[in-house]
Design a binder for this molecule. Structure first.
Ligand code: PNS
Length: 161
């Protein structure tokens, strides 16, 4: 039974994140989508809201027999992964610009927990420029985010307006 953690802020979850989860499902039996509780940042959606949204949108995507669990965590990711007896961390890499930050984190995590591997996955090209940060910016400035996030996310964002 191969278990991976897919950590992130998911504020909000984008179609790029869902694409990575589906790809990760081809490699692992279980993926724990783990939302970081970051008390220093003021998020758009609370952790509870993000959990509910993720659980809801994940019901609708094809997971090919792999189990997808939504959770949240605080503190060191490697500690959380050890608590969950996970074998790997999954992270999506869109462009070279992501690589530097991701490599830094992966190597730091490896130093902290050498037995835990980080697996980088590439999303579909169509999502290669999609980020939660840009989705929020475009939305807040009145632009369309259709097709970039699940329809539920768009509705929930409209409700917050
Ligand atoms: O979606 P994000 O915001 O890019 O995700 C970043 C995340 C959650 C993967 C990273 O901030 C993280 O792992 N935080 C937990 C604290 C930790 O373990 N820090 C050391 C990482 S090298």
């Amino acid at each position: 039974m191969r278990r991976a953690i897919y950590p992130g802020s998911f504020d909000p979850v984008t179609n790029g994140h869902l694409d990575i989860i589906q790809r990760g499902c081809k490699l692992f039996d279980e993926i724990i989508v783990a939302i970081l509780i970051n008390r220093e940042k003021t998020p758009f959606f609370s952790v509870e809201e993000r959990k509910e949204i993720l659980a809801d949108v994940l019901k609708d995507i094809e997971q090919g027999g792999c189990k997808v669990v939504v959770d949240s965590f605080e503190g060191l990711l490697v500690q959380y992964a050890a608590d969950k007896e996970a074998h790997a961390i999954v992270r999506g890499i869109r462009a070279i610009s992501d690589y530097e930050y991701e490599l830094q984190m992966a190597l730091m995590n490896r130093r902290l927990q050498p037995s835990l591997e980080t697996v980088f996955m590439m999303p579909a090209e169509a999502y290669s420029y999609v980020s939660s940060r840009l989705v929020k910016e475009v939305f807040q400035l009145g632009g369309s985010i259709e097709g970039l996030v699940p329809p539920l996310v768009e509705r929930k964002m409209q409700e917050k307006k």
